[in-house]
Design a protein around this ligand. Structure first.
Ligand SMILES: [Zn+2]
Length: 524
């Protein structure tokens, strides 16, 4: 179990799940919890049992299906309703019966919210806090309190906000997390309020939203002012602009401030964990995310590339390996010889000056036609192999393909693709159907090849991006397609360019399959 002197508290499954478009099943929540435990967070808030059936089920299943090594589960809920006893409130009972060792109670600390939203008296709000905290404590659960709208409340009525804090602490709450619920605070003013709260006898935590782009900065400022409990969400998920990104907070505190929050080997797995969670949430990862983004340590080559080659530390704030990331060089149209050489070495190829020169020429030529290799690492590697080894071995040759898009009588639009390929001395004709032409082509080509190359069954098309590029010198617009594919061990991206969107897609698809075969150990 983690050290109790400083808490890393994750609220992805409750507050993070408020993000628009984010929908987590109970199985998803269990999977995210396992990933967070792998990172070594101290607490995982699982949701609001009693108020939300899915969350009730999460806590029920967690008892048998989660084998947490580091983290403790926290159940989230409100203080009792006005005018009833905590012991008689069914929602409080659900928290008691959740099986979670920790309960985090949300309570109002802003006088106007008490009167206008809760529609009760300031005194009754304090009684609700006192009664609910001591009731749960008596039942053996640890209690934290989320003081909602604390900062705005402090501005409106500082004495009352602090009274809420003290009432909870005296009733037995271990931590009072000060919440910047509207996310409007800036670090300096927030730190002053945290400082005032820390002067009381209560243990103070911090919960920030990113509406001013300061959630992480505010969290760090609160820690500096004396908070010893930080809340945040994986990948900064959350409603509006999101919550404080827990990964950034942890990396900053551990690598820049010397806190010992998670095991170093777990921190070195953070990039993988951050991406694994995006697989579960099905939210496209932010490539520019601090520490864990695929671009976080990537340099647009050219100017700096020769210097980076001499000493990478001149151009990065930490060793990316500490968070499990790496310095992925982007091959761009500015790419000079040094960056191509470096990228080649990163991929495990020693390039001769002669082949470097050829490769730089080919990259520049293709980029002038609309190709991009910044995001299409797999296409770059295939190009590099062609340059180094000469024309690659073909595991399949395409004779032809054809796609039909049909709008049926019922108004449904369906696509059907037929591909004719030659592979291992066989001529194979296969047909695939899909909701779009590329989907149908993908199915058809894999159907054709899967019998001969069974590893292709694991290949999956995970992302498809289309961009229309302006034509030049009187030519029409051209289409660039980027396809991201995955197998069980990772992802790769390929690019195709043509005036025709389906031909561009086909090029990217063909390379995706070729690269998939290369990854599975086939020589290409
Ligand atoms: Zn919140």
């Amino acid at each position: 179990m983690a050290d109790d002197r400083f808490h890393v508290y994750d609220t992805t499954l409750r507050d993070g799940a408020q993000q628009e478009g984010l929908n987590l099943s109970v199985a998803d929540k269990l999977a995210v919890a396992r990933h967070l435990d792998g990172l070594g967070v101290g607490f995982i808030e699982g949701g609001w049992p009693g108020a939300n059936p899915k969350d009730t089920e999460f806590f029920r299943r967690a008892q048998t299906e989660l084998d947490l090594k580091h983290a403790q589960l926290a159940a989230f809920g409100a203080t009792r309703r006005a005018g009833v006893k905590a012991a008689d409130d069914p929602l409080v009972a659900a928290l008691r019966e959740s099986g979670a060792p920790v309960v985090t109670l949300v309570a109002k600390s802003h006088d106007r919210h008490v009167e206008l939203a809760l529609r009760t008296t300031l005194q009754e709000n304090l009684a609700m806090i006192r009664d609910t905290v001591s009731h749960l404590r008596a039942g053996g659960q640890r209690v934290f309190l989320d003081a909602e709208h604390f900062f705005d409340g402090y501005k409106s009525n500082p004495a009352y906000a602090l009274e809420v804090l003290l009432t909870a602490a005296e009733a037995g709450a271990d931590v009072i997390a000060l919440c910047d619920t509207n996310g409007g605070m800036l670090p300096d003013e927030l730190a002053e309020v945290v400082h005032a709260a820390v002067q009381t006898s209560a243990r103070v935590g911090i919960h920030c939203h990113d509406d001013t782009g300061c959630a992480v900065a505010n969290t760090l400022a609160a820690v500096k002012a004396g908070a010893t409990h930080v809340q945040g969400c994986a990948n900064g998920y959350g409603e509006r602009s999101g919550n404080a990104n827990l990964f950034t907070v942890v990396a900053n505190l551990q690598l820049k401030r010397g806190f010992d929050l998670v095991p170093p080997q777990a921190l070195a797995d953070m990039t993988r964990i951050a991406h694994a969670i995006t697989e579960v949430t099905n939210v496209t990862p932010n490539s520019h995310a601090p520490y864990v983004g695929t671009s976080a340590f990537a340099h647009k080559a050219g100017l700096h590339a020769s210097a980076i080659k001499v000493d990478p530390n001149l151009y990065q704030h930490i060793d990316p390996a500490m968070v499990g990331n790496d310095m992925r060089m982007l091959v761009s149209d500015m790419a000079g010889r040094a960056s191509v050489e470096l990228k080649g070495r990163e991929l495990g190829y020693e390039l001769t000056p002669e082949s470097t020169k050829t490769l730089v020429g080919r990259v520049k030529d293709l980029e002038s036609k609309g190709y991009t290799f910044e995001a299409a690492d797999a296409s770059f590697e295939l190009l590099l192999r062609d340059t180094v080894h000469g024309e690659r071995k073909r595991h399949f040759e395409v004779e032809s393909w054809r796609v039909i898009v049909e709008r049926t009588k019922g108004g449904e639009v369906v696509s059907e693709a037929t591909v004719k390929v030659h592979a291992k001395d066989e001529r194979i004709v296969a047909t695939g159907e899909g909701n779009g032409p590329v989907n149908a082509l993908d199915r058809a080509v894999r159907l054709a090849l899967e019998k001969l190359y069974p590893e292709l069954a694991k290949l999956e098309l995970v992302d498809y991006k289309v961009r229309i590029l302006e034509g030049s010198h009187g030519t029409g617009a051209i289409t660039r397609v980027l396809i991201t594919s995955s197998d069980e061990s990772g992802e790769w991206a390929t690019v195709g360019v043509d005036e025709n969107i389906i031909e561009a897609s086909w090029q990217a698809l063909e390379q995706a399959v070729t690269y998939g075969l290369l990854r599975s150990g086939r020589e290409v």
